[in-house]
Design a protein. Structure first.
Ligand SMILES: [Zn+2]
Length: 214
């Protein structure tokens, strides 16, 4: 197949299971396109995704703020009490000379998750308002780069492992932030699993450009 220019690539879609190349065709709202070779789902088109995505990203941001502002755990060792919060953990790493680990933690469990949810919120808001053609494209490209770098789920598991090890030595009380972090991670996993970037890309194309409308 010969391509005239790079823009022609936008109308082609590859099957993730058998790697067959397909021409993208407009489909009805609420339906999906399947691969002609293996039957795998190529893409879906569902305008309800915009409202769901917007609601989920705003809820996620609220829980993210709660997870960062409130105490994560309260540890009591020999009558000595200490509250731990996510920013405090990061700053104490940097204060103690673990600059690289501290910076990595700052990016992986704070900056990237915050960016991902903010970008998702702006993207779905732009799609809802049917504006920002160029903006939405740039945001989607940025989102594709940073999505693999959000590691709040790994952070949550590492907290659980650390707490299990501490159970015998200290009294541990979970704070509001701990439960908020669990909800945030669940929303994050749901968005990653349910909302594929290709679907948002498809929605964008359908909403912003007239020729893709049925
Ligand atoms: Zn296929």
């Amino acid at each position: 197949m010969k391509l005239k220019n790079e823009a022609a690539l936008d109308n082609l879609i590859i099957c993730h299971q058998c790697f067959t190349l397909h021409q993208e065709v407009p489909i009805k709202d609420g339906s999906k396109a399947c691969c002609s070779e293996c039957g795998g789902i190529l893409y879906r088109y569902d305008t309800k995704l915009i409202d769901h995505g917007l609601a989920l990203s705003i809820t996620g941001l609220i829980f993210f703020a709660m997870a960062n502002f409130f105490p994560l755990v309260q540890i009591e060792i020999l009558g000595h009490e200490q509250f731990i919060t996510i920013p405090k953990t990061i700053f104490s790493l940097i204060d103690n000379g673990f600059y690289i680990v501290g910076l990595l933690c700052m990016f992986l469990i704070f900056i990237f998750p915050l960016m991902i949810f903010t970008i998702n919120m702006i993207l779905f808001a732009l799609l809802k308002l049917k504006s920002g053609e160029k903006w939405s494209k740039d945001l989607l490209i940025l989102l594709a780069h940073i999505t693999p770098w959000s590691m709040t789920d790994i952070f949550l598991i590492s907290i659980l492992v650390a707490l299990v090890k501490l159970i015998g030595y200290a009294q541990i009380h979970m704070g509001v932030a701990f439960y908020s972090l669990i909800v945030f991670v669940l929303i994050d996993l749901y968005i990653v699993k349910r909302v594929h970037l290709s679907e948002i890309w498809m929605l964008r194309k359908r909403i912003m450009f007239e020729e893709f409308k049925i």
